[in-house]
Write a protein that binds this ligand. Structure first.
Ligand code: 13P
Length: 236
């Protein structure tokens, strides 16, 4: 089971190290089959890499540039993340798609860049509410996956099914619906791990621990260590 924590744009860099040291300490007693990853803002990664070194928690960034080294002011290259100690990276989170107008093509290029630097990409997919209302969630998520693969080709990849309407709303997806989307994604990409994300917390995680899903990508609840510890305990 994979428990992936997405801090989004929260906490200060000075708070990140002590938080992660505690996480590393606590996690040594968590279930052996649990895989942990923490996705943090660029500014926090250096402190987190130091705090998590030698622990079981993988470190990841929340985005990366689609470009190689060069004149790209404000961008961060995949190799920079790898050099800092990241082993994973989120790609195509719905907040990147909506707030930064990231296209499927750009997301495909980011996927390819991540892979070429040895980072494992966690591609986020999921439909808006209008699509869900007409029952188009399978086709929508599959089309997002297809569009990214068309650019990036085959290779190491994890997926997170995060329906846009379930993110930060307290209204999580019905576990059966998440399972159906996961199965469809796995049919297209056999062997790929598929996480569910969208208002997951310690109170509802158990519903998503089912054979069709490989874990959860947690936003808001990932900021509270007690919540993380409770969720980890459920993953035994
Ligand atoms: P919430 O858990 O806050 O709904 O966020 C989910 C998410 O977007 C994780 O990437």
């Amino acid at each position: 089971m994979i428990l992936a924590l997405n801090w989004k744009m929260q906490l200060l860099p000075s708070q990140a190290g002590p938080w992660a040291e505690r996480l590393a300490e606590l996690s040594s007693n968590w279930p052996a089959g649990l895989e942990l990853a923490l996705f943090a803002p660029f500014t926090h990664l250096s402190a987190l890499a130091a705090a998590l070194r030698g622990s079981r928690v993988a470190l990841g960034a929340q985005d990366l540039s689609a470009e190689q080294f060069g004149a790209h002011t404000g961008d961060v290259a995949a190799e920079m993340l790898a050099d800092l100690g990241c082993s994973q990276v989120l790609v195509g989170h719905s907040e990147r798609r909506s707030e930064h107008a990231e296209s499927d093509r750009l997301i495909g290029r980011k996927l390819a860049r991540a892979r070429s630097a040895g980072l494992l990409p966690l591609l986020c997919l999921g439909e808006p509410w209008e699509v869900r209302q007409r029952g188009g969630q399978l086709e929508y998520s599959l089309a997002q996956l297809e569009a990214a693969l068309e650019v990036a080709g085959e290779g190491p990849l994890r997926l997170a099914y995060e329906p846009v309407w379930a993110i930060g709303t307290g209204k999580s997806c019905h576990p059966e619906d998440a399972a159906q989307v996961s199965l469809a994604l796995k049919r297209r990409l056999p062997g790929a791990a598929v996480l569910y994300g969208g208002s997951v917390n310690a109170a509802n995680l158990a519903q998503f621990l089912r054979p069709e899903l490989d874990g959860a990508l947690v936003g808001g609840a990932s900021l509270k260590l007690e919540q993380v510890a409770e969720m980890a305990a459920l993953c035994g």
